[in-house]
Design a protein around this ligand. Structure first.
Ligand SMILES: NC(=O)c1ccc[n+]([C@@H]2O[C@H](COP(=O)([O-])OP(=O)(O)OC[C@H]3O[C@@H](n4cnc5c(N)ncnc54)[C@H](O)[C@@H]3O)[C@@H](O)[C@H]2O)c1
Length: 346
């Protein structure tokens, strides 16, 4: 199949296949859209079963970055890159330097950052070959605190629309995953009076949430069926699927995890069940806003304002979804496309 007929191909600006024999680098960089600015998106290192699978992933993820940046009001387009291989075996300075040179050859059309299996230290090596990187150890650093803040504010917007008030006093929140984002997010909710029900595979995190946040701990598979007003997925993707939909009792889904819906159809199913879904890439945009601040030299005040704007973006999205009687995920994509279209007209 040619790239142009690929089901995930969506008028991508450029797709670069990068190969460096000496270091073993095999990477694909997809620049989806640069209407609003240079494309930004992380590099994912994954042991894809085939290069066809890698192409599918990079095309889909780069389009997602275009939507995420557009709806978050960032002066950025969408791009993404994948490096093919086993993270435990292929990492080397030579490989990341070769990769950096490929990024540099795109002349700033694509800015990279961290993603799955890529650490700040890897990005620091890439940065020795190109300035088109964000999220380096020396600059923006860890985006998780901003992701946690944005997710908490987005949850409040959802509570306002579905529970009638954004006051979280006594609101029961089921938090799945107490990692870099989940713990801080849970803390914000607790400080606002929420009652927490939590799960994690890490016993230490659970004990901490119990002692410091007064959280009730449940088993890994019990989190879906608990009696909670809000389910906050902050660990894994695809936790909203045919199996969990049968168990959920919540009225809202609002969490930081990426790719929360197992399929696009689950967006409509949630609407039919009366569950208000805060689209993942809108509510968890605090991270990309943080990284963008480095790429565009944004001040900390401006960065925080934009993170706080996640509340307003979701407030508008929920109001419009109710008015037009549409699922929120589908509407978020449309709102992002409208922003890009009006920039093109301008
Ligand atoms: N870090 C960011 O700035 C950022 C930005 C956007 C999206 N996200 C997404 O948010 C989610 C959390 O990110 P993070 O940076 O906090 O990651 P993390 O690795 O720090 O935390 C993940 C947590 O989930 C727990 N976990 C793993 N498997 C689990 C399971 N089966 N059930 C319950 N808990 C489980 C882990 O023990 C860990 O505590 C991810 O989906 C990530 O892609 C993160």
């Amino acid at each position: 199949m040619s790239l142009f007929e690929h089901p995930e191909f969506d008028h991508h600006d450029e797709v670069a296949f990068c190969h460096d024999e000496e270091s073993g680098l095999k990477a694909i960089i997809a620049v989806h859209d640069t209407t609003l600015g240079p494309s930004l998106g992380g590099t994912r290192l994954w042991n894809y079963a085939s290069s066809a699978e890698a192409v599918t992933d990079v095309l889909r993820l780069s389009r997602g970055m275009t939507y995420k940046s557009a709806i978050s009001g960032l002066p950025l387009g969408g791009g993404k890159a994948v490096i093919i291989g086993d993270a435990k075996k292929i990492k080397s300075e030579q490989l990341f330097r070769a990769y950096g040179r490929f990024i540099n050859s795109l002349g700033g059309k694509y800015i990279t950052a961290e993603d799955v299996n890529i650490k700040t230290s890897d990005i620091d090596i890439v940065a020795q070959e190109t300035q088109h990187v964000a999220g380096t150890g020396a600059k923006a650093g860890n985006p998780s605190p901003h992701t946690a803040l944005g997710t908490y504010l987005g949850l409040k917007a959802a509570a306002k629309h579905r529970l009638g008030s954004e006051d979280l006093q006594g609101v029961k929140i089921a938090v799945q995953g107490l990692g870099a984002v989940g713990y801080d997010f849970a803390k914000y909710c607790r400080e606002d009076g929420a009652e927490l029900i939590v799960t994690d595979i890490n016993e230490e995190s659970l004990q901490r949430a119990k002692t410091e946040l007064g959280a009730k701990v449940v088993g890994l598979n019990e989190i879906y069926a608990v009696d909670a007003d809000i389910y906050a997925p902050c660990a894994l993707g695809a936790t909203i699927n045919d199996d969990t939909l049968k168990q959920l009792k919540c009225k809202i889904i609002a969490g930081s995890a990426n790719n929360q819906l197992a399929t696009p159809q689950h967006d409509q199913l949630l609407k039919e069940m009366g569950i208000l879904y805060a689209p993942d890439y809108v509510i968890n945009a605090g991270g990309v806003i943080h990284v963008c601040s480095e790429a565009t030299n944004m001040s900390l005040t401006e960065t925080e304002k934009r993170v706080r704007d996640i509340y307003h973006t979701l407030d508008k999205l929920f109001a419009r979804a109710a008015e037009e009687n549409r699922p929120t995920g589908e509407l978020a994509d449309q709102m992002a496309r409208e922003i890009i279209e009006s920039a093109k007209q301008a």
